[in-house]
Design a protein around this ligand. Structure first.
Ligand code: PYC
Length: 419
């Protein structure tokens, strides 16, 4: 008999364990990034004396508060190569992690309603093609064949002039991704500690200059203090969003990040009619339809720093106005839920990854609105960083040092919707 029909409890997917006094590696943040880093440390490098510390429950941050869109049609060559590796890992994830992550490669359309937007789409298509990424600019007729529910006539207030079409893009079940990495890491010996908050990062030595905490830069990590006791460790990885600067400050490392909420909403389910992910930068909206039939909508980040993860009436009113410009037929659908995820924005809209001026303190932060789709490749490359002590080529452009060296990787133009 199926387990769901019996009174037997489902077995736990990962273990709860006592917190040890020391670990080879401590990862802060139990979302896709932190869990993937732990999983690849164990799987690819045999490093298993690893603790993932999460102050709430696994997946309670951005990993559970996004719109689960996957794509690699970025604007910079660095971004394209990086996000494409992530997409490849997402594609094989169900087999690799032995869990149904509901990966759905359904194509991704970024609509252009102005000549300027069309120009950016052409630019992105060319950068994508140079790296063999399937992306091209298509016209209204082809858009109608890909997404028949879109009005491609000249009747709408903002007619659709063309679109960047990226067939490999799609969606996935975000919770399953979290659970898959958590279970995989746990099976390989990694410890996952929920409700374990890092209160301080202990750094020895250093120059005692700069750094808001007055400790760094420089010096070497020797441990972390948590609400459940102190841990000695030579390696701490900051895989958080929303609290990335707070944690980096504890180590004496300043990050050029400001935090903004990104709101999203989901409707009641209706018969499936939208086969692709649709994005409109000019209308500030993106939408996909889940396999259950709900429409999942998102917009731009809120225009001010805030730590609220609820929804606001302003957002839903504005969203509804924009959605109805794009799809007047959904005017009777009801919104069921709203939420927000915290986005750590950097000046160039690319992440901060790898080593920092404090030995043993690494960062995988600053994801802006791109964090969920980058989870697998971030885990893979951060694990390599830790295991080999050197920076993998894919993430070399995203070093913290680029901000002082003036080597920014401007990825704003690849946003689903204007940041
Ligand atoms: O970059 O595709 C994206 C995206 C969707 C929602 C937030 N970011």
């Amino acid at each position: 008999m199926a387990r769901g029909l019996t009174n037997r409890a489902w077995p736990r997917v990962w273990r709860e364990q006592p917190l040890k006094k020391s670990y080879d590696v401590v990862i802060i943040g139990g979302g896709v990034h932190g869990l993937a880093a732990a999983y690849y440390l164990a799987t690819n490098h045999g490093i298993t004396d690893v603790a993932v510390l999460e102050k709430s429950y696994l997946g309670s941050g951005g990993s559970g508060r996004n719109t689960a869109i996957l794509r690699s049609n970025y604007l910079t060559p660095e971004g394209v190569a990086f996000y494409d590796r992530s997409l490849q890992l997402y594609k094989t994830m169900a087999v690799d992690l032995n869990i149904n992550v509901m990966f759905s490669e359904r194509g991704h359309l970024t609509l252009a309603h102005t000549d300027a937007a069309l120009r950016t789409m052409r630019w992105r298509a060319e950068v994508n093609k140079l790296q063999h990424i399937d992306s091209s600019v298509i016209g209204p007729e082809e858009i109608a064949s890909v997404a028949p529910s879109l009005d491609v006539s000249d009747r709408p207030r903002y007619p659709i002039l063309g679109a960047l079409y990226h067939p490999p893009g799609g969606i996935i079940r975000h919770d399953a991704v979290v659970w898959g990495y958590a279970r995989g890491a746990d099976h390989r010996g990694v410890e996952l500690h929920q409700k374990t908050e890092v209160l301080d990062i202990v750094v020895a030595g250093g120059q005692g200059v700069a750094g808001r905490s007055g400790k760094g830069p420089g010096g070497r990590v020797t441990g972390v203090r948590t609400n459940r006791g102190d841990i000695a460790t030579p390696l701490v990885v900051n895989c958080t969003a929303g609290w990335a600067t707070l944690l980096a400050d504890m180590a004496g490392v300043r990050l050029p990040i400001s935090t903004r909420p990104l709101q999203a909403a989901v409707t009641e389910p209706v018969k499936v009619f939208l086969p692709t992910v649709v994005v409109s930068g000019s209308l500030h909206v993106y939408v996909s339809q889940t396999d259950r039939g709900e429409l999942v909508f998102g917009g731009s980040v809120d225009p001010y720093s805030n730590y609220s993860i609820g929804g606001s009436l302003d957002f839903s009113e504005e969203l509804a106005g924009h959605v109805l410009q794009l799809m007047p037929a959904v005017s009777k659908m009801r919104l069921l839920r709203q939420w927000a995820g915290l986005c750590d924005m950097t000046p160039d809209y690319s992440p901060v990854m790898g080593f920092t001026p404090v030995d043993g303190f690494l960062c995988d932060v600053g994801w802006g609105t791109y964090g969920f789709k980058a989870g697998p490749v971030s885990g893979e490359t951060m694990a390599e960083c830790i295991a080999t002590g050197s920076t993998p080529k894919l993430i070399a452009p995203f070093s913290l040092e680029r901000f002082s060296a003036g080597r920014l990787v401007g990825e704003k133009g690849a946003a689903s919707v204007g940041h």
